[in-house]
Design a protein. Structure first.
Length: 533
């Protein structure tokens, strides 16, 4: 009997489609793989992000994986024989919500479903029209769902050059708290503006982009999966398919439109599909593996949507939420070499670790990864980029006893990163004033930043991936502008001693003028008067 697909006939391997017979189970294992060579043997296995004091890492074993793990020859130990039963017991014995904890922004009594996220975003826009607008990202999901986010700022429609802090969740479908964190952050920003001094200052000086459900197909499949034991009343863990990790890339590409479902999905891991060092270790080329990186860099709509945001906003810092592991991860994931901004990245990450109680480290200190959000955001754009791995107790622990406390604990760290995004000492600033031919200021002139470059894939994985940054703002009444930007030079070019420039174009109905601008982190470049003839 299949799980959650009714009588639909499905082609392809059972493991690909997720059609797992009753009696099959998920297990957890500790694996000792201290060297990079040993970690490469785990490519394709389902990593949970938990690392233990004895140096072992945790792997979620799907049916058939234990035999594959034994074949690697790596030392391992099965620690949980049945994850679904473990989590069901955890749900039944979960303590109530702490009475002493104040209500948190956007808090509910259980995990949201897909329709709840859509309704909440729509409601926030309707309730705060001057501070929030709904974003529809350019790439619909593989099952045909629109992907929405929120842009949030005081006077949100104003086209200014404020720095941008980006937050997303739900790269991995089963990590339900990872979507709760950004939607609660959106509620927090909008409901406490004017009463919370830090939020008010941030909303006045920065802009926020929030995408709670980066992978709506995978989340919907996980959240709505049939529960193996009806005694749970439909609450998590949601049966075996509740632990689906990836998107819903299918064998045939045939979607059932009425229910918006790919019945033969094998999935690609969106957090292995970004261009930066795509094709390297820590991601699998096997379609049916849990860390499948996809057929090519940016083959998946989920990663392309994030790339679109990074290339159309000057996102000076970003946070991507995941579970489980109690970690604050920073670049790099593919090398032990320090990035040029290592001291700043480490300092901010360590401060977030102190606040949350999470362990702060480079991603590669967890295990090697390539094609990830954080390496891409920092490596291709210079954003201060972090992954938070929440909830060391499971992918989607009981809501009431986990999620409100999780947000309360992480909120000061989110504020710290937002303030880092807004701090001009940690990004670039370009200023100037647009004048017409007679020397009069031009209000409303468009200031565009453009840059063409290519993001390197892993050696021998293919040619570098071509990219374009296009962002814009307009001048004030006096023709002046202040544009908060990422550094114009990417980290690996900076490491090699080179520089890269933005093309800045000042345009008005009477003409335009283009200049090359090199700006570094912490630098203010004043272009003075820019005369547009």
């Amino acid at each position: 009997m299949g799980l959650g697909l009714g009588s639909v006939a499905v082609a392809g391997p059972a493991r690909a489609a997720g059609l797992l017979e009753e009696g099959k189970k998920l297990q957890l294992a500790k694996v000792w793989a201290p060297t990079l060579a040993q970690q490469r043997l785990l490519s394709g296995f389902d990593e949970t992000h938990n690392v233990f004091d004895d140096g072992s890492i945790e792997i979620l074993l799907w049916p058939g994986d234990l035999q594959r793990l034994r074949a690697t020859g790596l030392r391992h130990e099965v620690t949980v024989d049945d994850v679904v039963e473990r989590d069901r017991a955890m749900l039944e014995s979960a303590p109530p919500r702490p009475a002493s904890l104040e209500p948190q922004p956007g808090e509910r009594s259980d995990y949201r479903r897909l329709a709840d996220y859509e309704a909440d975003m729509q409601a926030l826009v309707q309730q705060h029209p001057d501070k929030a607008k709904l974003l529809t990202l350019p790439n619909a999901s593989l099952e045909g769902r629109p992907v929405h986010g929120l842009e949030i700022a005081a006077n949100v429609s104003r086209r200014d050059g404020r720095p941008v802090f980006y937050m997303d969740g739900m790269h991995h479908a089963r990590e339900w708290p990872a979507a709760e964190m950004p939607i609660m952050w959106a509620y927090d920003l909008l409901e406490t503006y004017g009463t919370d001094a830090r939020i008010t200052a941030l909303m006045d000086t920065a802009r926020f982009v929030v995408v709670p459900l980066q992978n709506p197909d995978g989340f919907h499949h996980s959240r709505e999966s049939l529960v193996q034991n009806s005694n749970t009343g439909g609450l998590p863990p949601g049966g075996i398919e509740g632990y689906w990790r990836k998107n819903r890339r299918s064998v045939t590409g045939v979607t059932i439109p009425v229910i918006q479902k790919n019945p033969d999905a094998y999935g690609v891991d969106p957090n292995r599909n970004y261009a930066h060092n795509w094709g390297g270790p820590g991601a699998s080329s096997g379609n049916f593996d849990q860390t499948s990186r996809g057929a090519a860099a940016f083959s998946e709509p989920e990663s392309r949507n994030v790339a679109h945001l990074l290339s159309t906003y000057q996102i000076t810092a970003l946070e991507s939420s995941h579970t489980a592991g109690n970690l604050v991860l920073r670049p790099w994931g593919y090398t032990y070499d320090d990035p040029p901004d290592d001291e700043l990245l480490r300092t901010l990450g360590d401060e977030c670790g102190v606040i949350t109680g999470y362990k702060s480290q480079k991603s590669i200190q967890l295990y090697i990864t390539t094609g990830t959000t954080v390496d891409y955001g920092y490596g291709s754009f210079g954003s201060l980029a972090y992954t938070f791995e929440h909830s060391g107790t499971g992918f989607h622990p009981p809501y009431a006893s986990a999620v409100p406390q999780m947000y309360a604990k992480c909120r000061p760290a989110f504020l710290l990163l937002a303030e880092a995004a807004a701090n001009p000492a940690w990004h670039g600033v370009i200023t100037g004033r647009a004048l017409d031919g007679s020397g009069a200021p031009i209000p409303g002139a468009e200031i565009r930043l453009h840059k063409e470059f290519a993001t390197p894939l892993w050696p021998n994985a293919g040619p570098d991936y071509p990219e374009v940054i296009d962002t814009s703002m307009v001048t004030e009444v006096d023709g002046g502008f202040e544009y908060h930007t990422n550094p114009s030079t990417r980290p690996h070019i900076q490491f090699e001693g080179g520089t890269e420039a933005f093309q800045l174009t000042a345009a008005s109905p009477s003409g335009e003028r283009t200049l090359e601008v090199v700006v570094s982190r912490g630098e203010v470049v004043d272009l003075g008067d820019i005369q547009i003839s």
